[in-house]
Ligand binder design. Structure first.
Ligand code: ADP
Length: 747
């Protein structure tokens, strides 16, 4: 079940007390969730108590349970770990421990809990809830608690959030911490790849994941690795030889290094663990080359959370607070997770049971069943990886279809990852892949080259676009030359990976196919734009990278102001689309965000200035506003900064930062690389189907509710606000109430 969009805020928390705890393994993003729970609950009029060191704080009571204020959770959004501590509490596993825990909660009037932890912690919560009334009855009988107190708290109401870097909860797309862990791993693989390639070495990288291969599989794709061993796909006997053959083929295909990813829980079909060291030995013995092992270990748990782990955890924390505050005794609390960029409620018992079923299925040899529980995109990723690493060309040279890859629009990080995937997957599907340089002007001028498997070897981690990109939409006069060029290079299909002008150009070619028969070829558009303003996709390739750049830059900007009373006005890109600004505000803890979609009014600015003056007078040290570059043509970033400066009357300073082109640069994030691979694979599926059928239907692709969906190009214009070049319906605007609740905004 998917939740409706966040609810309007009212004082639903008055007179209610929430306890919050983090338990089990820590995960980056737990702090973001804690902050959001506390601030949302306070905004809704409730009191929040931190239970320190997981369930142990509840068992111990005393200082283990302390009220948290709005300010107590300031400056934690960017920190890894959990500020309220976590612990694996043995006492809570015992009934006597849980009875003490119930007594301690009642001593503070708490009967609503938000628990952030893994499946272990959530099972503990389930057990505690089930026993609650019995425990209370015993406490009354023992004289520890009065009957009136027990009657006032007939049930324990809760919401669970899954904090686990493994991304192992069945029924949700992502758990808190998994995206950041993937960042840590892929950064390490990128670093290893450069040294490995210099020495033509092999590396075996061990990543976390005792029962879940998510980190292993996704980092192997995002890191451009050759082979992966994960718990859900135990290899059959003889895997050592098969792996070595695959690595050798990769070298012959043009790779300078070999990279094998091993999940810590990888086993063979006999259940024998496969260690990274064993893999290294196999490589050395069979391939007679230098192999090294890197065990990433706890680095994967550490460091500052990624933008995703900040905004998604903030949203989850908001929903969890609303959930427990609106719960009534007798209702069963859910686990809240993410599914298709929406918060999903999953029944706790079912989610935990299914999660625990996976290792059981693996143990009994039902690997297909285990993969099924991991979900469609996990299975798809496993198939795609197998294809990506296969360099041998299927013998279809003469009849092979020729697919042109073209970028158009603004530059977006991840374009190279998408083009590389297109070349490798296209070749593995028997096509000849053509790179069209410099967008539609390049196509007009015949800048078309055949790309081989090895040509794209180094492209994956590179920002920029090796093929070149142009924003130009062809004029009517250029169509003839474009048509000639397509004919000269015998292009059978076009894969356009880019932004709005690429969509417009593709649609134009498709529309003109009656006048120019060469345009009667399948064209598929794949969204790549850091502005995230394209039709038919909740996310475009590049937007996650830009958001992470903004998040890191603003973290630094904020620390620069920590010694003074300072207000920052930061301007982000996005053209007329406020995605980067709103999500940037969610990820950096901004107090205000100014979007073109909402406009800026003088009265709102006046209210903000009044609030800000009072807030600094009351002790505030730092204020952050994020403004979309086109939020308002006259109320510019400079204007806002001057306005604040003038109105500060010297009580705080004001600085403005226009982040500019750093947002377009840098290595694409794991998410953008994975999105690129997934979308391109589907685009090639569609192109293959059209070519086989001899038809030329054309589409634009995208991610909708975590599934790849394709719409006919003809539908594109109707989806868009053509004046401001953004979709009419923008899902992320639903996060506005979440930001308001955690940002001290007037409601
Ligand atoms: P994770 O939550 O990361 O899976 P664990 O499995 O270690 O980590 O669980 C964390 C804590 O949750 C345990 O130390 C214990 O306090 C509590 N817990 C786990 N399972 C149970 C259970 N069946 N009954 C009571 N408490 C439990």
């Amino acid at each position: 079940m998917t939740s409706s969009d966040p609810q309007p805020i009212e004082q639903i928390g008055a007179g209610k007390r929430i306890g919050i705890l983090t338990s089990g393994g820590d995960a980056q993003g737990m702090n973001a969730a804690v902050r959001a729970v506390v601030r949302t609950a306070v905004t809704l009029g409730a009191q929040v108590y931190a239970i320190y060191e997981g369930y142990q704080g509840m068992v111990d009571g005393g200082d283990g349970i302390r009220e948290l204020s709005w300010e107590d959770v300031g400056s934690i959004l960017h920190r890894g770990g959990t500020m309220i501590g976590t612990f694996r509490s043995k006492d809570f596993r015992e009934r006597t421990g849980r009875k003490r825990a119930a007594a301690n909660l009642l001593a503070h009037g708490i009967d609503r809990l938000v628990v952030i932890g893994g499946d272990g912690s959530l099972s503990g919560l389930d057990q505690f809830c089930a026993e609650w009334s019995e425990l209370l009855a015993e406490l009354v009988a023992e004289g520890e608690v009065t009957q009136a107190t027990a009657d006032a708290h007939p049930a324990l109401m809760f919401a669970g959030l899954v904090g686990s870097i493994d991304n192992d909860l069945v029924g949700t797309d992502m758990t808190i911490g998994a995206d950041t862990a993937l960042h840590r791993i892929v950064d390490a693989i990128d670093a290893l790849a450069s040294t490995a390639a210099s020495h033509q070495r092999s590396f075996v990288v061990e990543v976390m994941g005792r029962h879940c291969g998510y980190l292993g599989l996704m980092s192997a794709i995002a890191g451009g690795c050759d082979y992966v061993l994960i718990p859900e796909q135990p290899p059959a006997d003889g895997w050592e030889q098969r792996m070595c053959t695959a690595l050798k083929r990769g070298r012959q295909g043009g790779r300078r290094d070999s990279m094998v990813v091993v999940a810590e829980g990888a086993c063979d079909q006999q259940g024998r663990p496969i260690s990274a060291d064993h893999v290294r030995q196999v490589i050395e013995d069979n391939l007679h080359e230098d192999a090294r092992v890197t065990i990433l270990g706890h680095v994967q748990r550490g460091g500052s959370p990624s933008a995703y782990d900040r905004w998604a955890s903030t949203w989850l924390g908001y929903e969890a607070a609303v959930e427990v505050l609106t719960a009534t005794p007798g209702t069963t609390g859910p686990v809240l997770g993410f599914r298709g960029n929406r918060v999903t409620r999953v029944p706790l018992v079912e989610a935990v049971a299914k999660t625990r079923q996976v290792p059981e299925l693996i143990r009994t040899g039902d690997y297909e069943g285990a993969m099924d529980l991991r979900g469609g995109s996990f299975k798809e990723a496993a198939r795609i990886l197998a294809e990506l690493v296969e360099p041998s060309r299927i013998d279809a040279r003469e009849q092979s279809k020729r697919i042109g890859i073209i970028h158009a629009g603004g530059l977006a990080p991840g374009m190279n990852a998408a083009a590389r995937a297109a070349v490798r997957l296209g070749i593995s599907r028997g096509h000849t892949m053509l790179g069209i340089r410099n967008g539609f002007p390049g196509l007009r001028d015949g800048e078309v080259v055949e790309l081989a498997w090895s040509d794209v070897e180094s492209w994956l981690p590179e920002g920029g676009a090796e093929l070149g990109v142009r924003r130009t939409v062809p004029s009517v006069d250029e169509l003839y030359r474009i048509s000639r060029s397509l004919e000269d290079h015998r292009v059978d299909a076009l894969l356009m990976i880019g932004g709005w002008s690429g969509y417009e150009a593709s649609e134009m070619l498709h529309r003109e196919r009656d006048r120019f028969p060469t345009f009667g070829l399948p064209i598929v558009c794949v969204p790549a734009s850091l502005d995230n303003n394209l039709p038919g996709s909740e996310l475009a390739i590049g937007a996650d990278t830009a958001l992470n750049v903004i998040t890191e830059a603003v973290d630094r900007i904020k620390t620069s102001g920590s010694a003074a009373k300072r207000a920052f006005v930061v301007e982000t890109m996005g053209r007329y689309c406020g995605y980067l600004s709103l999500m940037g505000a969610m990820s950096t803890g901004a107090e205000r965000v100014y979007l073109h979609e909402e406009g800026i009014s003088l009265s709102a600015l006046a209210a903000d200035v009044d609030w800000l003056r009072q807030s600094f007078a009351a002790g505030r040290k730092l204020f952050l506003a994020i403004r979309n570059e086109n939020a308002n043509p006259l109320y510019t970033t400079d204007f806002l900064a001057r306005l604040l400066e003038q109105e500060s009357k010297g009580t705080f300073d004001v600085r403005q930062n226009i982040l500019g082109h750093i947002q377009q640069g840098g290595a694409p994030t794991p998410f953008d690389r994975l999105l690129a691979v997934r979308l391109v694979s589907r685009a090639l599926d569609i192109i293959g189907t059209e070519l086989d059928a001899g038809t030329s239907n054309s589409y634009y692709l995208g991610l909708v509710q975590s599934k790849v969906s394709a719409q006919p190009l003809e539908a594109m214009m109707a989806e868009m606000d053509l004046h401001f070049h953004r979709p009419k319906d923008q899902w992320w605007l639903a996060l506005r109430p979440v930001l308001n609740a955690v940002a001290d905004a007037q409601l």
